[in-house]
Design a protein around this ligand. Structure first.
Ligand code: ATP
Length: 322
């Protein structure tokens, strides 16, 4: 293998730049040419490709977003789109492709390798932490810390006004951001897709909290469950306690990556290049019990989250937040 390419795809996540840096510098250190592909699969099909040097990735380890830009492409979902992508890869002499993104991006990489002679390795870059095969995805820790910062601020105003504060965070199918930020921020209640919740119980807890002298009540809500505005309104109607909603939105996607995310991205980026050098393909890299691991893409995407660990954290948050 002489030339590899790297792209970022799907939603951006803090730490993607640190991963790009690791791919580029590990590749160059091993005598490879590394091509940067802009705007994900869309840019690949359009030939938006340039050679990267050590200095192309200078001064980016601390920056959020992705210097390669990210995009979603409907065309790449079709066999014709992937044929186009392969032809472009051939023109640039790219034999191995590192895809930084989520499950959709990995599926695209797998199909490309199934259909054409190109080796692919995926790196998990998504704030949701919704990939079961890895304990953490790049960007998750930063997103949790961003939410935590917001919670700390909301606590001040909630306490001053003795209000209920409902904070809606990202996570349509995976409640990890709400769970981790809620636990770290001392939330009274956490509502996530993985655990059943009962509205009457929630209101009972809020009222009991008030009786016990709690000055505020913080509820972390994963977006998949429904809107924060609606929930806050219903809580106010039932409990009579003033309730406000805050939707954090895309703020959670940005910001300088935490040390954890930078180190994770550096380790995973380096390992992805090593796998290509070993001639491997259709693999994804991840971290399990603090060890860097890799799996076949299909196998990885079929894995299920470790429910026990999740459940324990959830139960702990209930005991501590009460
Ligand atoms: P995030 O978790 O941030 O949403 P993702 O990688 O899952 O990231 P998607 O929008 O699902 O984001 O996928 C990114 C791109 O990958 C798509 O725009 C498309 O080009 C490609 N892709 C997704 N699913 C497929 C598929 N089934 N077949 C081929 N390509 C796909």
């Amino acid at each position: 293998m002489r030339t590899i390419g790297v792209l970022t795809s799907g939603g951006d996540a803090p730490g993607m730049n640190a991963a790009i840096r690791a791919v580029v510098r590990t590749g160059i250190a091993n005598g490879l040419r590394v091509m940067g592909i802009q705007r994900g699969y869309s840019g690949l099909m359009n030939g938006e490709i340039f050679e990267m040097t050590r200095s192309s990735v200078s001064d980016i380890i601390q920056r959020g977003g992705t210097i390669l830009k990210s995009a979603r492409s409907a065309e790449f979902r079709t066999p014709e789109g992937r044929k186009k992508a392969y032809n472009v890869l051939k023109v640039f002499g790219i034999e191995g492709l590192v895809v930084i993104g989520g499950d959709g991006s990995f599926t695209g990489a797998k199909l490309l390798s199934d259909e054409w002679d190109i080796k692919t390795v995926g790196i998990p870059g998504t704030i949701d932490n919704d990939l079961a095969y890895t304990d953490y995805t790049i960007g998750f820790d930063t997103a949790v810390n961003t939410v935590l910062d917001a919670i700390n601020k909301l606590r001040d105003t909630s306490t001053s006004h003795e209000r209920v504060s409902v904070v809606e965070v990202m996570g349509r199918h995976c409640g990890d951001i709400a769970l981790y930020a809620g636990l770290a921020g001392g939330a009274e209640s956490i509502i996530i897709p993985e655990e059943d919740y009962n509205f009457d119980e929630l209101c009972k807890t809020i009222i009991e909290g008030k009786v016990k002298g709690k000055l505020h009540n913080l509820i972390l809500l994963a977006e998949g469950i429904g809107g924060a505005e609606e929930l806050a309104k219903k809580i106010e109607e039932v409990t009579g306690i003033e309730s406000r909603a805050t939707v954090l939105g895309h703020i959670q996607r940005g910001g300088s990556p935490t040390a954890f995310d930078r180190i994770l991205a550096s380790r995973l980026g380096a390992r992805a290049v090593e796998l290509l050098l070993e001639g491997k393909s259709k693999r994804v890299v991840g971290i399990r019990d603090n060890k860097i691991v890799d799996y076949d893409i299909t196998e990885a995407l079929q894995m299920e989250k470790r429910r026990d660990d999740h459940k324990k954290l959830y139960e702990l948050s209930k005991i501590l937040g009460y």
